[in-house]
Design a protein around this ligand. Structure first.
Ligand code: SF4
Ligand code: SF4
Length: 390
């Protein structure tokens, strides 16, 4: 075993032949393709912030051998898929992590705090332990109508974070202004908006995610939703890739894709000049996982005066903010946050504004900037930047 793979070396091991079979079933065979080259361990960003890297290869090998132990490193993975970009066997590594987490749930070995997260979705319809009756407070005074399939071409799916988090609420309000400027008829679901369940999926609780997804999909069907835009790439990803019968039901878009289409069709124009140098943080669930690298850049480049400079690691090689895979609900010690690295990479470009398109990225990056005020950078969601140009 190399130094890099010594992250899981001090546990008592238990052999369980069923683990491998279960993992193969859960990952549709993905785990079988791993031939133990170790590229995943070497390219995982935890290796740049922790003394002991996340030993991805060893975790997969242990699963292949049916070795089971309680292992807290299982909950480190942000499911950013950076390792998958380099894996020579095309292994769906994030899916393996979700599957191993599911096995941990079955053995009552979930990380502390995560059962509370799921209970919050169950009781409050959101993972933030917020009262559902406050869900539409972000839209107070905006007069956003409740969605009516006979009147509206689009459902604005706000999502839990932009509904309840005060910082992220500003993104939702900005998007409302942009959609109105483009003359789009849209509505939202108010206090009745259901959770998409992404938090449950990301921490590996498949049966509960399935339950939430089926209920929410039914809700959309009953309301006659044909297309919706999301603010969070995480909501977009579950609707697009993990929901039942989506193709027979509604078409999900991330708002950057929807606005880029409007721009191309001439229905949206940004006329006010913004003389700023900006750089763009690709949210993993928009870029690497769903391939939408161009839409946000097309929008930025359409703003008069804006200059876009790329970070050294961007697009396919972009660095995760650290908030995916359920990490938004788990503590990451100072000095071990991907977002600390990311803001310093952004500052090196000479940009004044670090733009992203995800409420999790905004939160993580702003938290890092609060700890390092020397960069002079500000963080905005793309919707907030575009709102300034209307
Ligand atoms: S990079 Fe792919 S093949 Fe190599 S150890 Fe990791 S998962 Fe296995
Ligand atoms: S998905 Fe991201 S965090 Fe998880 S093992 Fe791969 S590179 Fe590391």
């Amino acid at each position: 075993m190399s130094d890099i793979d010594q992250g899981v070396d001090d546990m008592a091991l238990l052999l369980d032949d069923e683990i491998w079979e279960q993992l193969i079933e859960l990952t549709d065979g993905a785990a079988a393709f791993c031939f133990q080259c170790g590229v995943c361990t070497a390219t995982c960003p935890w290796g740049t912030v922790k003394q002991r890297p996340l030993s991805v290869r060893t975790l997969i090998r242990q699963a292949q051998l049916g070795l089971v132990e309680e292992n807290s490193s299982l909950w480190l993975c942000t499911t950013c898929a950076q390792c998958e970009t380099y894996c020579p066997r095309g292994v769906n590594i994030a899916e393996i992590f979700r599957s191993l987490r599911f096995v941990a749930w079955q053995r009552n070995q979930a990380e502390t705090g995560l059962p509370t997260l799921l209970w919050s979705i169950y009781w409050n319809e959101n993972p933030w332990s917020q009262p559902p009756s406050q869900r539409s407070q972000w839209a107070k005074n905006l007069a956003v109508p409740l969605y009516d399939a006979n009147q509206h071409e689009l459902l604005l799916y706000v999502g839990c974070t932009s509904s309840f988090d005060q910082r992220a609420q500003r993104i939702a309000r900005a998007l409302v202004h942009i959609l109105r400027a483009a003359d789009i008829s849209f509505g939202f679901l108010g206090d009745d908006e259901p959770c998409c369940g992404e938090a449950a999926l990301s921490v590996g609780h498949r049966p509960y995610f399935k339950e939430v997804a089926e209920k929410t999909a039914r809700n959309f069907q009953e309301k006659g939703v044909s297309q919706l835009v999301t603010i969070s790439p995480h909501c977009y990803d579950v609707f697009k890739n993990h929901y039942p019968n989506v193709s027979a039901g509604f078409q999900p878009y991330h708002y950057t894709q929807y606005l880029a289409d409007l721009l191309a069709a001439g229905r949206l124009k940004f006329s006010h000049t913004l003389d700023h140098k900006v750089t763009f943080q690709d949210p993993c669930y928009l870029g690497r996982i769903n391939g939408a690298y161009q839409a946000p850049r097309e929008l930025l480049l359409s703003v008069p005066g804006l200059v876009l400079v790329e970070m050294e690691y961007s697009a396919e090689n972009g660095l995760c903010c650290g908030g995916g895979g359920g990490r938004m609900w788990l503590e990451t010690p100072l000095g071990e946050r991907f977002s600390d690295l990311r803001v310093s990479q952004a500052a090196q470009t000479g940009a004044e504004i670090l733009v992203t398109a995800c409420p999790f990225c905004v939160t993580c990056l702003e938290d890092s900037l609060k700890m390092d005020k020397t960069t002079g950078l500000r963080v905005f969601d793309l919707a907030e930047v575009l709102e300034q140009t209307l």
